[in-house]
Design a protein around this ligand. Structure first.
Ligand code: SIN
Length: 348
């Protein structure tokens, strides 16, 4: 009986000890601190969504910005980039930014003209003649004023980036003479100036988002489009369209945007890091854009099936004359201020 009682008591003591140990009753109630894990909690993540390939002026500048910002902020900010429209496309990326579902996007300024009509000025054909002119305007005083237009829509404008000049690319026939545009379907980004530009030529302008463009060309829903050589090469448009005309008629550039509440939530030091990383990435982008477009032209020239056409000076003058009404259209639609400022700056 004695043995039985002793065994029972021992079993109860052992059982209680085990339960106590497994529930950590004997341990200090403060858990050990893991500095690294605590650091992770403090890390701020910027999700940056865009629609083009990584191997483009915008794709590369986004990567450069991410690297610079991580360095400058000593790892406090981590930028995760989502290229190729893998998260959002032309039609929903602005909403995603405004909802803070992503913290950064970089749409073409043409795609922002519904929200900021004055930016249509940048779509006017033959407004800029050289990359240097583009850089002076977008990176200077006028660029700053244009970015400030975003204050009305609670978006923080960080910079303008460049892609380069647009060229025409078509499948059936080359687009050189103005008559070549008669009754064809040309894709235009959602900008009044761009859509009217093709209508002035007698074409039908079709608004297609960038992620659907390849398929629509393949399905013959679109005959032609304007784009930069870097987009034509990186997105593989040259596989489904074989006539390129080097027109350099318009600019394709980007506004780099951040959710304003997110921006305001950053401590001042981190805001300074963002601006400093953006300044360096922007300078780098302008340089890269020139290089990538000229490298991609060489790659396109090597494709046997691609025919590269150029405009004679006489032909180009006809294009310029045809597009003249767009300048009045812009002035009537939005006002003359920015156009005058740019023309004065460029001495045109
Ligand atoms: C882009 O470069 O972001 C896309 C341009 C386009 O929609 O053609």
């Amino acid at each position: 009986m004695k043995v039985y009682i002793t065994t029972a008591i021992l079993t109860i003591v052992l059982l209680l000890s085990y339960i106590g140990y497994s529930q950590q009753f004997w341990q200090n109630s403060t858990l050990p601190v893991d500095e690294e894990q605590q650091g992770l909690n403090k890390q701020i993540v910027i999700n940056f969504s865009h629609v083009v390939a990584e191997d483009t002026p915008k794709g590369q500048a986004a990567i450069k910005f991410a690297e610079l910002l991580e360095q400058k902020s000593n790892g406090r900010i981590h930028v995760v980039i989502y290229p190729n429209g893998m998260l959002y496309n032309d039609n929903n990326e602005l909403k995603a930014l405004q909802n803070n579902d992503v913290q950064m996007i970089a749409p073409t300024f043409s795609k922002m003209t519904k929200t900021i009509p004055s930016w249509e000025v940048l779509d006017l054909p033959y407004l800029f003649h050289t990359d240097e002119e583009v850089e002076n305007v977008l990176n200077g005083r006028i660029g700053e004023q244009l970015l400030n237009q975003l204050n009305h829509v609670n978006i923080k404008g960080l910079a303008f980036w460049n892609n380069g000049f647009k060229q025409m690319i078509s499948e059936e026939k080359p687009l050189v003479r103005l008559e070549d545009f008669k009754n064809i379907k040309v894709r235009a980004m959602p900008s009044k100036v761009l859509q009217t530009q093709f209508e002035l030529l007698g074409a039908k302008s079709v608004n297609t988002s960038f992620d659907e463009l390849y398929t629509e060309i393949e399905n013959h829903e679109i005959d032609a489009q304007e784009n930069t050589l870097s987009n034509i090469y990186s997105k593989g448009f040259y596989k489904v369209q074989n006539n390129i005309t080097l027109t350099n008629h318009g600019l394709l550039g980007y506004s780099v945007l951040m959710n304003e509440d997110f921006w305001n939530s950053l401590p001042q030091k981190l805001q300074e890091d963002v601006l400093s990383a953006m300044k360096e990435a922007t300078e780098w982008n302008f340089q890269m854009a020139k290089e990538m477009n000229s490298n991609d032209l060489e790659k396109l020239k090597k494709q046997d099936h691609i025919k590269i056409n150029t405009l004679s000076v006489a032909e180009q003058n006809k294009w310029k004359l045809k597009f003249k009404p767009l300048y009045s259209l812009y002035k009537n639609h939005v006002g003359a201020t920015f156009l005058k400022e740019i023309q004065t700056e460029l001495n045109h």
